[in-house]
Design a protein around this ligand. Structure first.
Ligand code: UDP
Ligand code: MG
Length: 332
């Protein structure tokens, strides 16, 4: 019987200084590992997410020495989630392991993940007990984000559960059926779960081996808003409640003005009240419109059904296939 294949999918954006070390660590923990090495066949699917440094050249160098490497090279930077999707689309394995290129997802945990899969788990998630690369402010904002997201959304996404995971082929094929452009893998997975065959490993994320994080405050904030919109329509409901609250406050205010005028017989000069009321109502209306606008914007982007990415698929140093993302127009 032929050996089962395990794919390792890694997305890299400007990670030139990490590739060599990552490849070394991968080998030690897969092919050269005495337990899992002989049992399985391994393939490495590297996704170059439109890097503008030497990442692609470094990957090609490695590929010349190792025929188990395949490179999906995206034509521009499409973002981490799309890069992982492209990697997943091209992975052939019976199980697929996703990880970052900066060694914050230590390859040393691969054998444990594979063992859990071999003993029946269909999804192996990771739980990051500590991240040695982030500040307290970042940790606090991330925690706050997950609290808000989980409060707003029916799909509960655990905090500290990064994109370091193993998926059985069955789940990979299932995830390939999700066609949305805006996607958060951990959310899509939570949408499927809970299932009975999930196992979780704890790990400590070390500092990045080299280079800088690709996420700044602004990018993380945008990602946070996008994620909330993807998994919840509750903000729309909140806008309605806010409108109702505004109307209620206005009625009370109106009643008070009438009582003040006819019963207390006191006339407050109107300017202050009018200004406060107007700016209050103005803000409520703008906020509600903004929330609705965010959703309409997302619909606008999604209905075009554009392909998810455009890529060169470098199977071997001498063979490149030209592939476009896998989104198909629905036939009418
Ligand atoms: N990444 C990517 N495309 C991007 C941004 C990041 O493929 O547009 C990759 C990056 O190369 C790394 C992983 O996603 O392998 C995680 O990124 P990073 O380490 O910057 O994020 P952090 O660990 O700081 O959250
Ligand atoms: Mg990182």
């Amino acid at each position: 019987m032929s050996k089962k294949i395990i794919s390792i999918v890694i997305s890299a954006y400007n990670e030139e200084s990490n590739i060599a070390e990552l490849y070394k660590e991968l080998n030690i923990n897969t092919k050269q590992n005495k337990d899992i090495g002989p049992k399985y066949q391994f393939e490495y699917v590297f996704v170059n997410d439109g890097s503008n440094d030497d990442t692609l050249r470094k990957l090609k160098q490695q590929q010349k020495q190792d025929s188990d490497i395949r490179i999906v090279s995206l034509k521009r930077n499409f973002g981490h989630e799309i890069a992982m999707t492209a990697g997943m689309d091209h992975a052939l394995g019976d199980a697929v392991i996703f990880m970052d290129a900066d060694l914050q997802h230590p390859p040393a945990y691969i054998p444990k993940m594979v063992d859990l899969w071999a003993s029946g788990a269909e999804i192996v998630l990771s739980h990051r007990t500590e991240n040695l690369d982030t500040s307290y402010i970042y940790k606090f904002s991330a925690l706050l984000f997950y609290k808000i997201l989980n409060w707003l959304s029916d799909t509960k996404i655990p905090a500290k559960s990064p994109d370091f995971r193993l998926l059985d082929r069955r789940y990979v094929d299932f995830l390939k059926g999700f066609n949305e452009h805006d996607r958060l893998f951990r959310g899509l997975l939570s949408w499927i779960m809970p299932t009975d065959k999930v196992k979780t490993i704890d790990f400590v994320a070390p500092k990045r081996f080299s280079g800088k994080s690709k996420y700044n405050v602004f990018k993380s904030f945008t990602l946070a808003i996008d994620s909330i919109i993807q998994f919840s329509v509750r903000p729309l409901r909140l806008a309605t409640y806010l409108g109702l609250l505004g109307a209620f406050v206005s009625i009370i205010l109106g009643a008070y003005v009438i009582i003040e005028y006819y019963i207390i017989q006191h006339r407050t000069p109107g300017y202050a009240t009018i200004m406060v009321t107007m700016s209050f109502l103005g803000s409520v209306i703008l906020l509600a419109l903004g929330i609705i606008g965010e959703y309409i914007g997302k619909i606008h982007m999604e209905v075009k059904k554009r392909p998810l990415y455009m890529a060169d698929y470098i199977v071997s140093p001498s063979e490149t296939l030209y592939l476009n993302g896998r989104r198909k127009r629905r036939k009418t």
